[in-house]
Design a protein around this ligand. Structure first.
Ligand code: PEP
Ligand code: MG
Length: 420
């Protein structure tokens, strides 16, 4: 038997996985294994991660990645652990391995004692999760009784079941992943079926459908986007939607049709001006008129929210609050734009700090102005899962947090320990 080798990396998501290593760059398939496959790759695009998830791989070891890259966010949505910052040599293709997502360690060729230790840890975790289940049907309250809405970030329809099982009080559905999984533009009917399933399964609880945030690293060939020098500052999110009205209208009609089946709201990503909101509202009206002509039902005056994820939208939030129903602060992008540090670049991880005082100052300001204007303000970036910062956010007056379905119960427990 070979010797045990230990690699130290950084954590994308916690937990223990015991399985077989697959090296993406390796040319040869491994013999079918009845253990989970742990995929090691130099780097993967969000579309590649989605393809892996479809084929049953749910644990990743990335070499080049960062904590808030979209590939990492997709991996974090799964129940199994993932790591980054580790380059696994090809010779370990097919080796037994353990991911310890609590310490950020990959153990290859574990000996019998290590294996037994991690099997016990797996059982302990299952017990802890079982204990947390007692919280499923309880409201999300701080120690002093302040109520927070705890919603789930849903990246694909298959995450919805977990979100509902774990008692999500609302959901944020990021629709771009629907586009990245497809070979061509999803039709209005295809999109409608997905949004309707969400609306009807969530019932009275609000499901926010974020219109496609395509651009930068989130793209598919069929979009044929022009190449840009700085795509994160380029035609992304609402900018692309407004430049491709047919694409936007198709999505809006699908959402509006689905709104007849539950409590849907629309949210616009990458907003940087009031004019974009006005233009988007005009498109919503046009989509409504088209549906009226067809005789299709939809919810009148569907609530409209925006992502606050650019410095300009944070600074102008007082003005923007007058034309929308709610804000969701996208701390992943807000951090990269405030600190001028690419969220995708591992080399900038020291600079990319969502807890930076400049980011916090904007957060405080946005929360304060949203509350003064009487609109709901939530956080849907990864910061919403940062247990150290949650007490501060709650004290500032945050009303909603959106976290991956697997984090709903641990975060509910953390909130219960906060005295506000
Ligand atoms: C964010 O930017 O914080 C956010 C929630 O959106 P995404 O991570 O999908 O860009
Ligand atoms: Mg964003």
């Amino acid at each position: 038997m070979s010797d045990t080798v230990i690699f130290k990396g950084a954590v994308i998501s916690g937990g223990i996985a015991i399985g077989t290593l697959v090296i993406k760059e390796h040319q040869y398939p491994i013999a079918p294994a009845d253990t989970p496959l742990l995929l090691a790759a130099d780097e993967l695009s969000p579309a590649e991660v989605l393809a892996c998830l479809k084929s049953g791989i749910t644990s990743f070891i990335f070499h080049r990645c960062s904590e808030t890259a979209h590939a990492a966010i997709l991996a974090r949505g799964m129940e199994t652990p993932s790591l980054y910052g580790i380059r696994v040599p090809r010779e370990y293709h097919g080796s037994p391995a353990i991911i310890d997502g609590d310490s950020g360690t990959l153990i290859v060729e574990p000996d019998a004692v290590t294996l037994a230790f991690y099997h016990t840890r797996l059982q302990d975790r299952a017990r802890e999760e079982e204990e947390l289940r007692a919280l499923v049907n309880t409201p999300t309250l701080t120690k002093n009784g302040k109520q927070i809405t705890l919603a789930a970030n849903v990246n694909k329809l298959s995450d919805l079941t977990k979100a509902i099982e774990n008692g999500a009080e609302g959901i944020f559905f990021k629709t771009e992943f629907l586009f990245l999984e497809a070979k061509d533009y999803p039709t209005e009917d295809e999109q409608f079926e997905v949004y309707r399933a969400i609306a009807s399964r969530m019932g009275k609880r609000r499901a926010v459908i974020r219109t496609a945030d395509i651009g930068a690293d989130k793209t598919a060939d069929y979009f044929a986007l022009d190449s840009e020098e700085n795509p994160a500052l380029g035609i992304r999110g609402i900018r692309l939607s407004l430049r491709r009205p047919e694409l936007f209208l198709t999505q809006l009609r699908a959402i509006l049709r689905a709104s007849a089946y539950g409590n849907l709201a629309i949210m616009l990503p990458m907003i940087t001006s009031p004019e974009e909101i006005t233009a988007a509202r005009a498109m919503i009206r046009r989509a409504e008129e088209e549906l009226t002509l067809r005789g299709e039902p939809y919810r009148e005056s569907i609530p409209l929210g925006i992502m606050i994820e650019t410095p300009v939208s944070a600074i102008l939030c007082d003005e923007l609050a007058r034309s929308v129903d709610f804000f969701s602060i996208g701390t992943n992008d807000l951090t990269q734009y405030v600190l001028a540090a690419d969220r995708q670049a591992p080399a900038l991880s020291e600079l990319y700090d969502p807890r930076h005082r400049a980011v916090k100052a904007l957060l405080r300001y946005v929360i304060e102005r949203a509350n003064a204007n009487g609109i709901e303000v939530g956080i849907s970036g990864e910061l919403a899962q940062d247990t150290e910062i949650l007490p501060e956010l709650v004290r500032c007056g945050i009303s909603l947090l959106a976290v991956p379905p697997t984090k709903l119960l641990p975060i509910k427990k953390t909130i219960g320990d906060i005295s506000e």
